[in-house]
Design a protein around this ligand. Sequence first.
Ligand code: TGC
Ligand code: FAD
Length: 387
Amino acid sequence: MALNPTDLFDIRSLLSEEEQMIQDSVARFTDEKVLPIIGDCFDQGRFPKELLPEIASLGLLGSSLPEEYGCAGLNAVSYGLICQELERGDSGIRSFVSVQSSLCMYPIYAYGSEEQRREWLPRMATGEVIGCFGLTEPHGGSDPANMKTHAKRDGGDWVINGAKMWITNGNLAQIAIVWAQTEDGIQGFIVPTDTPGFTAQEVHRKMSLRASVTSGLFFDNVRIPDANRLPNVRGLKGPLGCLTQARYGITWGPIGAAQACLTEATEYAKTRVLFNRPIAATQAVQIKLADMARRITLAQLLSLQLGRLKDAGNLKPTQVSLAKWNNVRMALDIAREARDILGGSGITTEYCPIRHALNLESVITYEGTETVHQLVVGRELTGINAF
Ligand code: TGC
Ligand code: FAD
């Protein structure tokens, strides 16, 4: 039997029956609901909000959190497969799920009070409440320790002033998880977006992640009660702990984007006849396709092992950094190469490679730029902080 071109090493056989079922159901959703509309959404710069009820009913929001909060209680490998299949459709859809699950629901679960968990998590699992995560600031996202946004205690309240930039879901969200400097170090706050003094302004003219909402957030004396502060964490390790969850999922997502590009480039190369033969019959194109399959296979093994480590409770942030760096770089290179194989057709969004390539320009920047992750690995190897 022929090998599966996007799973040459039958990595699927390493998945449990439940993991395979989850992968199949998300793959079906992507094939039937995302792929038919996503090219148009990207062209129009529109996030397909109409997909939310099905994303929620499939259990994809906060999928790793416990069932007692209305979530699916899935393992880390399943979350990875969800990210992979969603990003085979578009990085924007995967971004939505990453932010809601790893950056908003996770901190409420991991750092929140029991009341906060019960108040927000069930409604976030159904998509009734959408969250956004405000860490990055306009003066530079790579160094969040240098945060200017601050929260000042005033009786039983906190008053927040400052600005956040490049915030996914900013204009869709009912709540923002906001990280702010306080007298006692960085703390996290749940800020309902209808609080007076809060504004979100959508970023326009994006050439990347066009099917996703990105915003600036502004805080002008935003007053919230102490009950909205996440009580169980202090310091930069709070937001960085959320990033580890999201970055883990992002190691899987770009595998899906790369698989979509390999499939499209292979189909095109088999039917594009030049010099009396399909370009797929040339050595140059076959080497390019083979190299894509090689790199996808390596990324798949990396993410699966990462997931198994995470499920065993042994995941280290440095491992996540290495895998995010490797897998996003892999997918970006493959998307660009696939675009080239499609020639002039490759510059239109009729075909997926340029859309994925443009999206991946954001993915390689957000959740820690490629350089940040290289320096995290370098610091681990040398013991020297080179930031
Ligand atoms: P450093 O001294 O290394 O660490 C401070 C404290 O945090 C702990 N820590 C971590 N904890 C959990 N996970 C991690 N990955 C962690 N990394 C560090 C660390 O142990 C320490 O704890 P403690 O108890 O000793 O205080 O901090 P640093 O200032 O040297 O920073 C290091 C650096 C540069 C790696 C960090 O600042 C960084 O990662 N910068 C990049 C920022 C970033 O990734 N921002 C992303 C914003 S969110 C986003 O992009 C969402 S896009 C979503 C989408 O649409 O999908
Ligand atoms: P900078 O930090 O200014 O970096 C500029 C350049 O300097 C980069 O090439 C970087 O690698 C390099 N650099 C930095 N430090 C060093 C160093 N020590 N040595 C050498 N080079 C260095 N943030 C959120 O908080 N929430 C979100 O939901 C969110 N969503 C996003 C969605 C999109 C579409 C995008 C594009 C970004 C999003 N971000 C979000 C922000 C993202 O995390 C930041 O863009 C990222 O962390 C980089 O910050 P910056 O853009 O300010 O670049």
